[in-house]
Design a protein around this ligand. Structure first.
Ligand code: FES
Length: 92
């Protein structure tokens, strides 16, 4: 298990198991990340990994329609397309 901190939601911190989908954890634990489609299309779940970017998985092609390379370097991701393997902090 590891920790996910939802910075925009008063730094709410929850426990999550290996290889968790970020949006799914947010839904289950009431983390508060906005969403609509859940499928990488709408962009509603845009978020920024403030700490622990190395603990997220590879960027998906669907995400490339929503962000520039520079934004990926700065930690921007789609929560519904991001899987987490260690502690992170996320804002939106
Ligand atoms: S919820 Fe629509 S892109 Fe993630």
């Amino acid at each position: 298990m590891f920790q996910i901190t939802f910075v925009t939601n008063d730094n709410k911190t929850v426990q999550a198991p290996e290889n968790s989908n970020l949006l799914r954890i947010s839904l289950r634990e009431k983390g508060g990340i906005p969403f609509k489609c859940g499928g990488g299309l709408c962009g509603t779940c845009k978020c920024k990994i403030l700490a622990g970017l190395d603990n997220t998985d590879a960027i998906k092609d669907k995400e490339r329609k929503h962000f520039t390379e520079q934004q990926f370097l700065e930690g921007h991701r789609l929560a519904c397309q991001t899987f987490v393997n260690g502690d992170i902090s996320v804002a939106w």
